[in-house]
Write a protein that binds this ligand. Structure first.
Ligand SMILES: *Cc1c(COP(=O)(O)O)cnc(C)c1O
Length: 364
């Protein structure tokens, strides 16, 4: 066998993929990893063993293809979400990234446009372009919020086929009011996806976009088990929408896309949702401590309804990121000038981050 010596430029790659970079949050084995908004609390032992029992049962039938319709799991998500939702209104995939890819495969694609308001989740343009759509980014207010009038005007102007609204927004943590979603829906003709990956970290009285689903057949609300549920490694995301929209996703998914082991694990985790979500309050407390301490250190943390904090006032983000790295703390440089983003960890991890940052010196 000869060595592989070709570069991408030598291969018959799609022209629209040339020059793109893959998703690349660094995966470094540091003791304190607060860079990708995971729930850093491990799955409790009792829950882990309950999940394992169900996986063991599923494993005995793994010679057969899994339930292509993942019916029990869809029922579980409908129950968990409430709002009178039923299984026909639920979809799921290997992470909400796959769910978003299904949306873009079905409703985006070549000759079509996908739209969001930057800065936002870095995977949106990658999934949009990977499925052949043109990517258009709108703008936010200086504090990263959106107003109904401005958001609607930008959407009307871009006339997109798929609109992605991140609520609360990653990487800024900014809440999104339902007014904005309603206004954008009114002026659009495309699919409006509200990505509520961090909804469980929002104030308890903050309404979900799920309350808007009735009578809006182009609206979809996506969620994930990767963040609050402490299940990122299992890869499970889901979505609620009109049954017709769900049917469209069946056209593009690969058959049996959710393995029997994934379905078993997710069903068992959902059954233990009280315990799985038991860490959320503690994480919110750490998030608030991060914001207060950053402010005391002279940085400018942005309002966050998620499990992370974006903070400004960093004169040299690359250098601060590296100095934290050298102290065993991994956070995220999201490419916003003067800013860094940190995930709220356990109390001990959060303390380690705050002490390491304080030891580097104060804000610019
Ligand atoms: C983390 C995150 C997700 C979750 O992706 P999964 O594929 O479910 O792990 C989705 N949307 C946003 C905005 C996120 O930050």
């Amino acid at each position: 066998m000869g060595r592989v010596t070709a570069s991408l430029a030598d291969l018959p790659l799609r022209d629209d993929l040339r020059g793109l970079s893959p998703y690349g949050a660094p995966q470094a084995p540091l003791p304190i990893a607060l860079n990708v908004n995971e729930n850093t609390h491990p799955v409790p032992d009792a829950v882990a063993s309950d999940i394992l029992d169900d996986i063991a049962v599923a494993l005995r039938d793994v010679n057969r293809y899994p339930d292509r319709e993942f019916t029990t799991l869809r029922e579980g998500f409908a129950d968990y979400l409430g709002h009178g939702l039923v299984a026909d209104q639920i979809w799921a995939g290997n992470g909400s990234n796959e769910v978003l890819q299904h949306i873009l495969q079905a409703f985006g694609g070549p000759g079509r446009t996908a739209f969001s308001f930057a800065p936002t989740y870095s995977m949106y343009p990658l999934i949009a372009k990977g499925t052949g759509a043109t990517w258009v980014a709108g703008t936010r207010q200086p504090d990263y919020s959106l107003t109904p009038d401005d958001a609607a005007a930008q959407v009307e102007d871009a006339d997109p086929d798929v609109i992605l609204l991140c609520a609360p927004n990653n990487p800024t943590g900014t809440p999104l009011s339902l007014d904005v979603i309603e206004a954008v829906y009114e002026v659009s003709r495309g699919i409006v996806v509200v990505d509520e990956a961090y909804q469980e970290f929002a104030p308890h009285d903050a309404p979900s976009a799920l309350t808007l689903l009735d009578g809006r057949p182009r609206l979809a609300v996506s969620r994930t088990m990767s963040k609050a549920f402490a299940f990122a490694g299992a890869r499970v995301g889901y979505l609620a929408a009109d049954p017709a929209l769900i049917d469209a996703l069946r056209l593009v998914r690969l058959p049996y896309h959710l393995s029997a082991l994934t379905q078993a694990a997710a069903i068992a985790a959902l059954r233990n949702s009280d315990v799985m979500l038991g860490m959320v309050e503690e994480i919110v407390e750490q998030r608030n401590r991060i914001s207060a301490t950053l402010e005391a250190l002279g940085y400018t943390p942005h309002e966050s309804w998620s499990n992370f904090v974006l903070f400004g006032g960093v004169s040299d983000p690359a250098s601060v990121w590296q100095q934290l790295y050298d102290r065993g703390v991994l956070i995220r440089d999201v490419g916003i000038p003067g800013h860094l983003r940190v995930t709220a960890g356990t109390e001990a991890e959060t303390t380690a981050f705050l002490e390491a940052l304080a030891s580097i010196g104060s804000a610019s």
